[in-house]
Every structure is written in C-alpha cells, then in structure tokens.
Design a binder for this molecule. Structure first.
Ligand code: BES
Ligand code: MN
Ligand code: ZN
Length: 497
C-alpha cells in the first residue's frame, strides 16, 4: 500500500474516488461546496436524502457520473469541529477506506486541505489517516487458499500547502511504520498455537534483530533454569514445547539514559494447565501471547522510526499445558526474585512467567518497566473491550500512559493496586499464593506482579482489548495489535523525543 502526497486541489485531481471530511452542520465549509457545484447540487441533495449532517461516524458515498474528476465522493462525518480528535480522524479514515473497498475502488485520495482540519498538525493528521486506512485494510488470509481480492493499492493524500508536503510525508511514513508493526503483531496473534510456538516467537525476534541491527538473546530451558526463573519453568513443565525467554535491546539513546523496559506475556497457548479451562472458547487462548507480540512490534517500530532511546523488550514465552509433568495445584515455585509462590490455580499462569520477566528487567536498572499482558478475565469483566486496565506504582508514569492511550485511541482506565490486594495473596505455606478471592481479580493479579518489581512500574491488562470478536472501525476480528502504537507514543513522550 502506498500513500503518495500531492498538493493538488481536490477539484483538479483525477482519481477513482476521493474521501472528504465534513464537520457536523458545517456542510458549507471545506471542499463540499465546490464539489456540490460540479455535481449540480447533487451532493447536497444526496446528503439531505440520507440525513447526512456530518455527525461522527456518518458515511455517504456517491458516484459522480463523470461530473467530477473523482469518480466517487465519500463524505465522512467528523462530528463537531471543536471536539475533533486524532482518533476521530483515524476512525473516519477507516470508514472511508471500507466504503471505497465496498465500491470496488483500490486507488483513491483523501482530502486533507480543509482549513478546519488544521487544528491538528499536518504530520499528525496524515499519520492518523494512514493508520486508519492501513489497519482497516488488514486481513488475515495467509492460511486460506483463496486470498482476499479487494485490496487497497494507493491512497493519495491531498495536502493544502506546498510547504506542508514534507511534514505530511513524514507523518504518513510514521503511520505506515506504526500500523505495519501493529499488523505484524496481529499476524502473530491470529496465527494458531501450532504455528506460533515459543520457538517461533523467538525466531521472529531474531529476524527483527538481524534486520535492524539490534541485540537479541534467546534463553532456552537450560538458561531459564540457571537463572532460577522458577515461574516460567514451572508453567512450561506441562508442555513438550520448550520455553523461551526472549531479549531484544535497542540501545540508541544517550549512554546516561536509563532504559525503558517493556515485558510482554508470551503464553502461546493457555489451556489452563491442570486447572483446565472449559473447551468452548479455548481456541481463543492462542491470543494469550498478545502482550509478547506487542513487545516484538514495539521493538520493530522503534528501530524503523530510528528512535534515539534505550529500549529493552522482554518476552517470557511458553505454553500452559496439562502434561504429565505439569505443575499441580499446591505446588510451590520459586521465582527469579526469590519470592516463593504457592500455585492454587494453574490457570493463573501469566503472573508466574511475568514475575520472572519483571525480575529480569531489574538487571537493566531501568527508568521504568511496563508489562503488557492478557492477564485476567476479571479485567475483561470490569472494562469490556473498550479500555485496557492500567495499574502503576507511580502517578506520573500512570498519567503519561493514560495520555498516550487517549492520543492513540488505545484507551486505558486506571485501576487500583492496594495493600489489601497484596494482603489477599498471603499464603499458608509460601510467600504468596497465585490467586486471591473471587472479587477484584484484576487488582490481585497486579498486586502479585508488584511483589516482583523494584522501581517505577506499570502493568497493562489487555485481556479484554487484545482480541476482538467483531469488526469495528479500524479493528478487525481477531488480534488487535494493541500496545504498539500506545507504547511508541509513550516512549517518545517519556524520552522527550
Ligand atoms: N489468559 C487468561 C486471561 C484471559 C481470559 C485472557 C480471557 C483473555 C480472555 C489467564 O491466564 C487466566 O486464565 N486468568 C484466570 C485467573 C484466575 C484463575 C485467577 C482468569 O482470569 O480466569
Ligand atoms: Mn490462564
Ligand atoms: Zn493466560
């Protein structure tokens, strides 16, 4: 997919289709007036007939029947002008792309010249449009004999000022890198557990490292044991697939700058182990490595964007299987941090492997550690699929991540980790038990993780947001690729780039 940039006015650009943005009840503003004139009033009539007023989410497609240089016009409602956000642009671009595809149009243009859009900088505007289109045109068909035929080839960005051309180009490029890396994560999530094994994830990490010249180490069962990663080893016991601990280092910041460490849960298939899950939706547990996929995507994007930061990605990767050697309820494991953990439910395995990831992160003397994990059904119950849960021991860090969530559309909601949640994890036989009481499951899981960190830390529970059962705006069914755009935005802010 290509996103060329042109500074030609929308009325002079020959294309199969053009998408124009319209604010609520502002039909006279922007390009619609001149287009309406070329169409002899047809645009306005069509809007009226279909009650198109420019409300957020509205889409109107019309064929220009040779009256305009663009074969089709797709009008996109953005809502009230003063409430414009980049997320609304992203979603509108997604609707526009879907409408074009529906009309069989693979090459179209998006008009960005309108003055009213200028409250968002040209680069950010272009980035949002590209992200919306790119993420919408994703389809997971690599395992199908018949591939998706309707594809978008090129989307020309029509920018107003000649002087903005370079900024628009840069924004578009950034959008492609970010959406591309999110789609890389989507593929890893959507591919089944018999393809995406811990070793497969490690191979993907090595490929990224080789391509972008960064350091990558992959620890196998021997090294995992030597490092006393008892959580990861304990979860992996029930599986024939050997565990991997993946380390990616992108150290392009100042030597004096402490690294940001991101840790992703890489559970390539979660059966629940001996505390076996019900079979109904178990297949969806191929997505339990979504946090790990995000971490690989984040490192790839950071490299492609040439971010001058010190960034480390860690992915503890394993299956959770009920094999003959599997960890049993009542067993006690010792994490890398030295904390002993009584396993009362083998399905609460994410926290066990993350415990070792978080302890390992401490080796870098990091600025902060962020973990991303499909950790608890409880978080999904609390927030649904509309926000990820955010937990932190540092207010400033929490607010920075919340802010990035708003800007990227990867929204989060703050959740508590109180002393009481930590108390809920007191074990009769070990330092901690791996489950708490029935209520507050997302917070007790976070409290469990907190026991393994020193320093500034945040935990993002993406159990409800990582995988989608329905299509909505730029999200397709399946893996969302959540966390890549969010974390890159956060990293840029944190490192003041
Ligand atoms: N991977 C699951 C959490 C999950 C559930 C992710 C649904 C996505 C959708 C996790 O390993 C798990 O099984 N958690 C248990 C913890 C419980 C046993 C304390 C849960 O949430 O039921
Ligand atoms: Mn589980
Ligand atoms: Zn899990």
């Amino acid at each position: 997919m290509k996103f060329p940039v042109k500074t030609i006015a929308v009325d002079n650009f020959k294309t199969d289709g053009v998408a124009i943005c319209i604010f609520e009840n502002e039909l006279a503003k922007g390009p619609s007036a001149s287009i309406n004139k070329s169409l002899k009033g047809h645009l306005k009539r069509a809007m009226k007939a279909q009650s198109f007023t420019g409300k957020e989410g509205q889409v109107l497609s019309i064929n220009t029947l040779g009256l305009h240089k663009a074969g089709a016009i797709v009008a996109l409602g953005l809502g009230k002008e003063k409430y414009l956000t980049t997320e609304k642009i992203r979603r509108a671009a997604a609707s526009g792309a879907s409408a074009m595809l529906k009309a069989g149009i693979s090459n179209f243009a998006v008009d960005l010249a309108s003055k009213s859009l200028n409250k968002i900088t040209p680069a950010i505007l272009a980035q949002a449009v590209v992200e919306g289109v790119y993420l919408t045109s994703y389809s997971f068909d690599s395992l199908k004999s018949e591939k998706e035929k309707k594809k978008i080839d090129s989307v020309t960005l029509l920018s107003g000022k000649k002087g903005d051309e370079a900024k628009v180009k840069n924004g578009a490029k950034k959008g492609m890198i970010l959406a591309g890396s999110a789609c890389f994560a989507r593929d890893l999530i959507n591919l089944p557990g018999n393809v995406v094994t811990p070793s497969y994830m490690a191979e993907q990490a090595k490929k990224i490292a080789l391509k972008h010249r960064m350091r990558c180490s992959v620890l196998g069962p021997g090294a995992i044991k030597r490092l006393k990663m008892g959580g990861l080893a304990g979860v992996a016991r029930g599986s024939k697939e050997p565990a991997r601990f993946i380390i990616l280092e992108w150290m392009k910041g100042d030597k004096s700058q402490k690294p940001i460490v991101v840790v992703g849960k890489g559970l390539t298939f979660d059966t629940g182990g001996i505390s076996l899950k019900p079979s109904g939706d178990m297949h969806e547990m191929k997505s339990d490595m979504s946090g790990g996929a995000a971490v690989l995507g984040i490192l790839q994007a950071a490299a492609m964007l040439k971010l001058k930061v010190n960034l480390v990605g860690l992915v503890p990767a394993t299956e959770n299987m009920p094999g003959g050697q599997a960890t049993k309820p009542g067993d006690v494991l010792t994490a890398m941090s030295g904390v002993t953990m009584e396993i009362l439910n083998t399905d609460a395995e994410g926290r066990l492997i993350l415990a070792d990831g978080l302890a390992y992160a401490g080796r870098y003397k990091p600025d902060c550690v962020i973990d991303i994990a499909t950790l608890t059904g409880a978080c999904m119950v609390a927030l649904g699929s509309h926000a990820s849960g955010l937990f932190s021991n540092n207010e400033k860090l929490l607010n920075q991540i919340l802010q990035s969530g708003e800007e990227t559309g990867e929204r989060l909601w703050p959740m508590p980790v109180w002393q009481e949640h930590e108390d809920d994890l007191k074990s009769d036989v070990a330092d901690l038990k791996n489950i708490g009481p029935r209520g507050g499951g997302a917070s007790t899981a976070a409290a469990f993780l907190k026991k393994h960190v020193k320093g500034k830390w945040a935990h993002i529970d993406i159990a409800g947001t990582a995988y989608s059962n329905k299509m909505s705006h730029y999200i397709k069914k399946g893996g969302v690729g959540l966390g890549v755009r969010l974390m890159i935005d956060f990293i840029e802010k944190r490192a003041k780039l």
